[in-house]
Design a protein around this ligand. Structure first.
Ligand code: 6PG
Length: 253
């Protein structure tokens, strides 16, 4: 990876708008050179505003028939469960854009064993990316404990990057999480992507963000995210500067 950029915005609204504009530009640029754009969506709540932007003001700027959507992780719940990352993306994006259903690749959560689902999704990915890099873009969030996707610091395999690792794992989130069984992309498949955007907002993320950006804390999975081309950190001031916020920090308060 040869490029890391940090962009700070006053709050989540302009962050989401800027992220949408970057994605539209990246899709346009990519489709000038290749016939599809492959995007791995992030879960959680932060990306919802971005997805609404893509489904709203930017809807007609994207040739949806050439966009293929995947997920970076999923809670092992039915697709209509309130905790489902697929459901969040369906409500915020998929229901309002003409992306062909054949281009939408949710992580399966119906097999009786999550390990089977992980293997199924890995087969989907290896079929989608035969020998080349993987996604044109992977969207990731950051938990206040430093996790990303469902790669948690307590899991000693979460920071592994060797290519012998499976591309998709069934994992158990720490007890503090309501939904503990999850599917997640692993670092080898994330690092085969061309670009990664991290979307991080809120003062609760400040400590974890600093540990990654300023210390490259080796126990935190985001410290090991190194895609082929670049990583862009799209941050709000609260996450970047803490509760003090940029203004007070600059005045040395
Ligand atoms: C998930 C996400 C997870 C998320 C972070 C941040 O399934 O929850 O993949 O990695 O990105 O936990 O979540 P928020 O955006 O809700 O703060």
């Amino acid at each position: 990876m040869n490029d890391e950029q940090i962009h700070v915005f006053p709050d989540l609204k302009p962050l989401s708008a800027a992220a949408a504009e970057r994605i539209v530009g990246l899709i346009t640029d990519t489709l000038n050179r290749r016939d599809r754009f492959t995007l791995a969506l992030a879960g959680g709540s932060t990306p919802r505003g971005l997805y609404r932007q893509l489904a709203g003001p930017h809807r007609t700027q994207i040739p949806w028939e050439q966009v293929h959507l995947f997920w970076g992780d999923e809670r092992y719940v039915p697709p209509d469960d309130p905790a489902s990352n697929y459901r969040m993306a369906r409500e915020a994006l998929l229901d309002d854009v003409p992306v062909p259903p054949a281009n939408v690749h949710p992580m399966p959560t119906t097999p009786d064993r999550p390990e089977k689902a992980a293997a199924q999704y890995e087969a989907t990915l290896r079929n989608a990316f035969p020998g080349e890099t993987t996604f044109d873009l992977v969207l990731l969030g950051l938990g206040d404990d430093g996790h990303t996707a469902s790669l948690f610091p307590e899991d000693d395999r979460a920071t592994a990057t060797d290519d012998t690792l499976p591309w998709v794992r069934a994992v158990e989130a720490p007890p503090r999480y309501d939904v503990r069984i999850r599917l997640t992309l692993t670092l080898p498949v994330i690092n085969r992507a061309r670009q990664v955007f991290f979307l991080v907002a809120g003062a609760a993320k400040h400590d974890a963000l600093r540990a990654v950006l300023e210390r490259r804390a080796p126990t935190l999975p985001p410290s090991h995210v190194h895609p082929h081309d670049s990583v862009a950190w799209l941050l709000d001031e609260a996450a970047r500067f803490g509760t003090a916020g940029k203004g007070e920090r600059e005045r040395g308060n």
